[in-house]
Design a protein around this ligand. Structure first.
Ligand code: MG
Length: 411
């Protein structure tokens, strides 16, 4: 069992168990053998999503993840990566589960800290959990309930069947579909699991153990979207509900006028005007654009990748640098959607070149012409642009990130 380093210094009352120890045979083939809890959705493992909702509920003090014993190493590697992307901000443990779901719950309960009083048991394969449901379950436990389960009405008619023949129709009004998290007074759930172990009682949810012992289980409204990813067709929900990650990057650059390179903006030569001092070809607009692209992908800045003291970049076309920056952004999963740019110069006047620059930038970014905008302004004779000592440019690029990868990360 691995402890979060801060665990010893905090106090805990309500803990969550996230059950990620199943093997999901119904889905394994569709996922090339990957267990569904390790599937990446929105660049995070499936099991991490409910943990984030639990963390955002502000009513849970820590999380225990229960994984198959043989997958603990993979799980730890995935958690390290997930924490870098979106940390829980809560103490957490990782522990090994057992053969049946109820074995995994029992082993998870053994891993809880001594001062835990309430526990929420949640299936990792319900990634759409929202903090509000967690809060409502916690509130019912604080009111004194021994067990709390979220339920949603059954919408299909349910029949009993034997040997391919209908033997009865159940009255639907009293039927409810049960979700997780299920909340429990910890002592009661521990007692129930000890009873199940002793009597070899097998159940499909923890509430059934309380029912067997005569404890009252309270039902509260569940949430329609809190579904379980179980069958191959459920994977479509992950595609359908993935909001694409959208990022915005900004770039800014300045070049001094002086003897050097003929002025180019957005790759378009602007003849008969000032030259710019620069190590590369001095295209201030493309430099701002490169920084905006790198900004979308959090890849630092142009100076880091193309230092102005590196002889390889002397006099180099900025379009080449732009392509390299685009390659790096693509490698990180980002595709530009839109660019908005502003050139600030007292001179030259850019209106005659505006369309050509826009068209060329759109071509360089592989964007349609209506996804690129260029503004030109002066600074009213103020400052260094006003004194015609130099030129500056701003660029803002919006990019989307590929939301879904089906491959396992490197261990
Ligand atoms: Mg520059």
């Amino acid at each position: 069992m691995l402890a979060h380093p801060n665990l010893a210094t905090t106090t805990h009352k309500t803990w969550a168990l996230i059950l990620a120890a199943g093997h999901g045979h119904r889905l394994a083939a569709a996922l090339n053998g990957t267990s569904k809890q390790f599937l990446l959705w929105q660049n995070l493992p499936l099991f991490w999503h409910p943990a984030l909702a639990i963390s955002r509920s502000s009513v849970v003090d820590g999380v225990i993840f229960v994984f198959p014993p043989e997958e603990l190493q993979l799980a730890q590697a995935m958690i390290r990566d997930a924490r870098c992307r979106k940390d829980l901000g809560l103490p957490w443990f990782v522990t090994a589960g057992g053969e049946l779901r109820q074995d995994s719950v029992r082993l998870g309960l053994e891993a809880l800290p001594a001062n835990a009083r309430h526990v929420l048991v949640h299936d990792a394969a319900r990634p759409f959990l929202q903090p509000n449901l967690v809060r409502r379950i916690s509130a019912a436990l604080n009111e004194g309930a021994d067990g709390v389960i979220p339920v949603v009405p059954v919408t299909d008619t349910i029949k009993t069947i034997a040997d391919g023949r209908v033997t009865g129709t159940l009255p639907r009004a009293n039927l409810m579909s049960v979700q997780t998290p299920q909340g429990f007074a910890l002592e009661v759930l521990r007692e129930a699991h000890a009873y199940a172990l002793k009597t070899r009682l097998t159940v499909t949810d923890d509430a059934a153990l309380l029912e067997a012992l005569g404890y009252e289980v309270r039902a509260i409204p569940g949430e329609d979207h809190n579904v379980k990813i179980t069958r191959p067709e459920d994977l479509d929900r992950l595609h359908d509900t993935s909001p694409q990650e959208v990022r915005t990057g900004m770039g800014y650059d300045v070049h001094r006028f002086g003897q050097g390179h003929p002025l180019k903006l957005g790759g378009v030569p602007i003849p008969g005007t000032q030259e710019v001092v620069a190590h590369s070809d001095g295209d201030v607009l493309l430099h701002a654009l490169i920084d905006a692209i790198l900004g979308c992908a959090c890849l630092d800045d142009i100076g880091t990748h193309f230092p102005d003291n590196d002889p390889r970049f002397e006099g180099i076309s900025s379009a080449v640098l732009l392509h390299q920056a685009l390659d790096m952004a693509h490698e990180a999963g980002f595709t530009p959607l839109h660019a908005d740019m502003t050139v600030v110069a007292q001179s030259p006047r850019l209106t005659p070149y505006r369309n050509e620059i826009k068209k060329n930038v759109a071509r360089l970014l592989s964007l349609p012409p209506d996804a690129v905008n260029l503004k030109a302004t002066t600074e009213e004779h103020l400052g260094f642009t006003g004194r015609v000592e130099g030129i500056k440019a701003y660029a803002i690029v919006t990019a989307t990130r590929a939301p879904y990868r089906e491959t396992r990360p490197a261990e």
